[in-house]
Design a binder for this molecule. Structure first.
Ligand code: SF4
Length: 218
């Protein structure tokens, strides 16, 4: 890490955005763009419910909500939805996500990266090891335990470096292509902004299908 990067604190959410799509990360963190769609509105509503700063006790564990996080050496900053504290004082991060726990492995991996980054921050802040945390899925109301493996830890550092380099460049990465685009662009709230022509053609194609085939619900 260069001396200049040392002082740049990268938002934890940027790692998740980058893992999902580097261009989405650039649109949000370089161009400060954010458009809502159904997915983001559901996510916002969920976080409005859980992100009220506060302290409570659940299942015998102290729980801090909306806890600010940072890692000065790695250059990360952000917030945890909830951190449970075990009886020995070890923190256990819990990140809330909309949807069900049966997400595709590739999308779940983006969430895992964000959780691992929170774990590294908590280790640096408290001096306790954080070997695992959990993602709580609002639709299925189930947790998925995420072990904070060496591979995830390395991925946090690599992704942080990639995001910092892109932010320093101040240039948007290219759009996704192929299979990745097919999986990720449709639910992306920034699609209109990212690829206005493609979004317009898709909307026209949908309109045409509905006009000539009223049973078509695609
Ligand atoms: S529309 Fe696709 S390429 Fe563009 S920001 Fe969203 S996911 Fe990335």
């Amino acid at each position: 890490m260069t001396e200049e990067e040392d002082v740049v604190a990268i938002p934890l959410s940027a790692l998740q955005h980058w893992a999902y799509c580097p261009r989405q990360c650039g649109l949000i963190h370089i161009e400060q763009a954010f458009d809502d769609n159904l997915h983001t509105l559901r996510g916002n509503a969920l976080h409005a419910r859980v992100d009220q700063p506060g302290l409570q006790t659940e299942r015998g564990r102290r729980v801090e909500r909306a806890l600010p996080l940072w890692h000065d050496d790695l250059g990360l900053i952000g917030k945890a939805d909830a951190v449970e504290f075990l009886p020995d004082g070890s923190p256990y991060p819990v990140e809330y996500k909309q949807g069900s726990r049966h997400k595709s492995a590739a999308i779940a991996a983006c969430d895992d990266l964000q959780l691992a980054a929170q774990a590294l921050c908590l280790e640096a802040m408290t001096g306790h090891a954080v070997p695992e945390g959990a993602i709580f899925y609002a639709s299925s109301k189930r947790r998925r335990v995420v072990p904070v493996t060496d591979a995830l830890r390395a991925q946090v550092a690599d992704t942080r470096a990639a995001v910092a380099a892109q932010l320093a460049l101040g240039r948007l990465p290219p759009p996704l292509t192929g299979e990745l685009a097919a999986q990720r662009c449709k639910p992306c709230s920034l699609r209109d902004r990212c690829q206005p022509e493609a979004a317009k053609s898709a909307a026209l194609a949908q309109l045409r299908r509905r006009l000539f085939d009223p049973d078509d619900e695609t």
